[in-house]
Design a protein around this ligand. Structure first.
Ligand code: ZN
Length: 237
């Protein structure tokens, strides 16, 4: 069920078992925007049903926070236009070439192109991997950009992050949506933090003004709380 965070921002909660991430909906007077496409067409359907159940309109624009499958594989089923950072699009071009047979998936595990954590959850989400369709965003963004969707302005910023190199942060109505940007790096560092990248990201979060923060795999919280959580991790590194 969709949960209202502010006047303009709603979230569909994440699901730990399937690793489906939090999806965010931003309601404008003219257009509405989704942040992240989710894991699959089934995830998109769940999101859109939750949106219409609240009497809201289906989003015309979907923005990806980073390339990982659980945030991007639903893209083929989204309505309207889609947008991502240049680095996300570049990576998805590569992923779109991957074959989705059990044999090809096993081979990517052997070559470390894929990691066991994602492999296992992809197999849970898709009964048959052949159904996976990786599509590319319609638009790319590099740096910063804003759009007024009527009554609310959305500000986007691309940056490096502790989790991946292609992060896109979205801000609207006092909410900062960061996807997985504050988590460990699963692909490059085997679920570890890089001290320098974490420290730079904490500084970036400190420089923001939003009250709330929405991360990919936990309930929304106050930005200050998330900064404190990351500072405690940094102390241990
Ligand atoms: Zn991720």
């Amino acid at each position: 069920m969709l949960q209202q965070l502010t006047d303009r921002v709603w979230t569909l909660p994440h699901d730990e078992a399937s690793d489906r991430p939090m999806l965010t909906y931003i309601e404008g007077d003219q257009l509405s925007v989704a942040v992240d496409a989710g894991s699959s067409p089934a995830h998109v359907r769940e999101f859109y049903t939750a949106i219409t159940d609240k009497g809201l309109t289906i989003p015309e624009i979907t923005i990806l926070t980073h390339w990982h499958w659980d945030h991007s594989f639903g893209l083929c089923a989204t309505n309207g236009f889609t947008m991502a950072s240049k680095k996300t699009t570049e990576k998805l071009k590569e992923v779109a070439q991957w074959a989705w047979t059990p044999e090809a998936m096993e081979k990517r595990l052997e070559t470390h192109e894929e990691i066991p954590f994602c492999h296992e959850h992809i197999c849970l989400e898709y009964r048959r991997p052949e159904w996976i369709q990786v599509t590319l965003p319609d638009m790319t963004l590099e740096g910063e950009g804003t759009m007024d969707i009527g009554g609310v302005t959305i500000a986007c910023e691309t940056c490096d992050s502790p989790h991946s190199r292609d992060a896109l942060l979205v801000s609207a109505d006092g909410v900062l949506i960061i996807g997985d940007a504050g988590y460990e790096d699963f692909y490059e560092l085997d679920r570890q933090y890089d001290k320098g990248r974490l420290s730079a990201f904490i500084d970036k979060l400190k420089g923001r003004t939003e009250t709330f923060l929405v991360a990919g795999h936990e309930p929304p919280l106050r930005r200050e709380e998330f900064i404190e959580y990351l500072e405690n991790i940094l102390k241990e590194l």
